[in-house]
Design a binder for this molecule. Structure first.
Ligand code: TMP
Ligand code: ASP
Length: 242
């Protein structure tokens, strides 16, 4: 499929028009950023690996009843997706304390939360994607309460499915971020990506980090970890031994 006009370029992906109305092409780039682009990097094959991980997870989620924008893979780094208008809130789910929550409250990373917590962050690079409460979003008329409740429920459902899936391959899903969008029929779909860029994944046996924290914190073996996450997920269907 021929790529049309470049519609949007983000930190890790480009979006192109496709030949089909209502459908666009997502190209995963090899670049990697952290701390609102203050730290930049890349590694060969990163785009392909993240495209493959997203495809695999979105297919699993679809089978479990979560509507996603994914339609088909159309090349090494490219997938065809339903065009959606992104709802401008990053939806974060946390199972354990880590990252910004650990830093904010000075709590050691790893503490298990009594139940998964959903948080909303307003998507605005200039503001540094600030945390906003559900109450603030509703009172500011940025989104309806009903929609936020749908996003929350959907995010928790995704969390249960992914927790089980990653557990099967020896990984602990500590936290993750998802984004949702509305298609032309106004249906809310899971959009964007689910990759080690936007999840925290700890090896269940060694507690080793297998995600973008390796890049953020200069832990080394970034490419190897992403590749290993993909290899383990692929082993589920291949019935191979880990
Ligand atoms: P945090 O601990 O930095 O708030 O991040 C929580 C989770 O959300 C972590 O898995 C990384 C992911 N995340 C993103 O993917 N993009 C972002 O912009 C932020 C802030 C977090
Ligand atoms: N996703 C954000 C960025 O690229 C934050 C992070 O991952 O550290 O800046």
């Amino acid at each position: 499929m021929k790529k049309g006009q470049l519609l949007y370029e983000g930190k890790a992906k480009k979006i192109f028009a496709s030949e089909i109305p209502g459908q666009v092409i997502v190209e995963y780039k090899d670049s990697l950023t952290a701390f609102n682009s203050q730290k930049k990097g890349s590694f060969p094959e990163k785009g392909r690996i993240n495209r493959e991980i997203t495809t695999l997870l979105f297919q699993k989620l679809e089978r479990a009843g979560i509507a996603t924008h994914w339609l088909k893979d159309i090349g090494t780094n490219d997938m065809l997706v339903r065009s959606v208008k992104i709802i401008p809130f990053e939806v974060v789910v946390r199972n354990r304390v880590a990252g910004s929550l650990a830093a904010k409250l000075k709590i050691e990373e790893g503490k298990v939360l009594t139940h998964p917590v959903v948080e909303f962050y307003y998507k605005d690079d200039a503001l540094g994607d600030p945390f906003v409460s559900k109450e603030q979003i509703v009172a500011l008329q940025m989104e309806k309460l009903n929609t936020l409740q749908i996003l929350e429920a959907r995010a928790l459902q995704i969390n249960s499915i992914l927790l089980g899936l990653f557990f099967q391959v020896g990984l602990d899903l500590v936290d993750f971020k998802v984004e949702f969008g509305r298609d032309r029929e106004n249906e809310i779909l899971l959009a964007d990506e689910i990759t080690p860029d936007c999840c925290r994944l700890w090896d269940l046996q060694t507690a080793e980090k297998m995600d973008k924290d390796r890049f953020r914190r200069d832990l080394g073996k970034v490419a190897e970890s992403y590749q290993e996450v993909l290899r383990r997920l692929q082993s589920i269907d291949q019935g191979a031994k880990l």
